[in-house]
Ligand binder design. Sequence first.
Ligand SMILES: *Cc1c(COP(=O)(O)O)cnc(C)c1O
Length: 344
Amino acid sequence: MQHFASDNYAGICPEALAALIEANNSGHEPAYGDDSWTQGVCDRIRDLFQTDCEVFFVFNGTAANSLALASLCQSYHSLICHELAHIETDECGGPEFFSGGSKLLTAPGIDGKLTPDAIETIVTRRADIHYPKPKVVTLTQSTEVGTVYSVEEIRAIAAIAKRRHLKVHMDGARFANAVASLNVHPSEITWRAGVDVLCFGGTKNGLPVGEAVIFFDKTLAVDFAYRLKQAGQLASKMRFISAPWLGLLNNDVWLRNAKHANAMAQLMAERLAGIDGVKVMFKPQANAVFAELPPHVAQALRAKGWKFYQFIGSGGCRLMCAWDTLAETVEQFTDEIRALCAAR
Ligand SMILES: *Cc1c(COP(=O)(O)O)cnc(C)c1O
């Protein structure tokens, strides 16, 4: 059975699994990232972004974000994020912990997005010694509510960040879905737009485990390897985290996976829009659909075994599509919702 709780409910995509097995069959390799697989994937990522960046691999997104952000801040600094940001709501204080106390300053914003005005308001609110000094602005792309920042929106935020001497971090747990949705080159929404560090998510796109931390400003990556090691994020058999990336990067499987997940979310939204009593809350631009379902309908769906989150992000039911979500699963799920809504 497939579910809509999270895109991390899905398994490993066949291409990533094949690369993992190939790496395993290739004999002994140096440990701690000095292997040929890891070196090769780092080069592929540099090719993909068309720039000479520093690439690191970690086990999960919380570590990627927490450690990347910690490397941009001193303990007395603050980070500006949206109030629904994963780093604020779902990382158990990881960024604060690893930075030694940097405070998250949250801003509201429609569609889960920060705006230049909101950032400006926070930066200019206080300038005295008693307030943690803003140092970083962090964006989630695609956002926690399934929307996407446009190239112009990122540029505008990066411009204000530059003016205010803030570094720009991007939580790209679903970066692939944003690239697929915008149909742009990945560089256009990262370093070419002013992003300094990207946490590029692989897990939700079809990897078994592992995210890449990409420093476009290489000076910010100084000593980052030590930070990873201290945090328990330096994998000795790193090739088993890095090699599956080859499966995603070859033939643009990562984009194909993301496009498919996005298309399934579009299908879900279309079907839900046609059901009386159901309201789609945000215009789905990536692989998530947020919908208000009558409480008895949500309850009945759960009783039938469907798994999905409620009241995550900004309320409603969050329906997340993955690289392997079948159209039939979406049809079956929405058929059941239609029948339950009609029964009342
Ligand atoms: C899933 C996710 C992460 C990473 O979560 P982990 O469970 O730590 O891998 C980070 N940011 C966002 C927006 C996410 O959805």
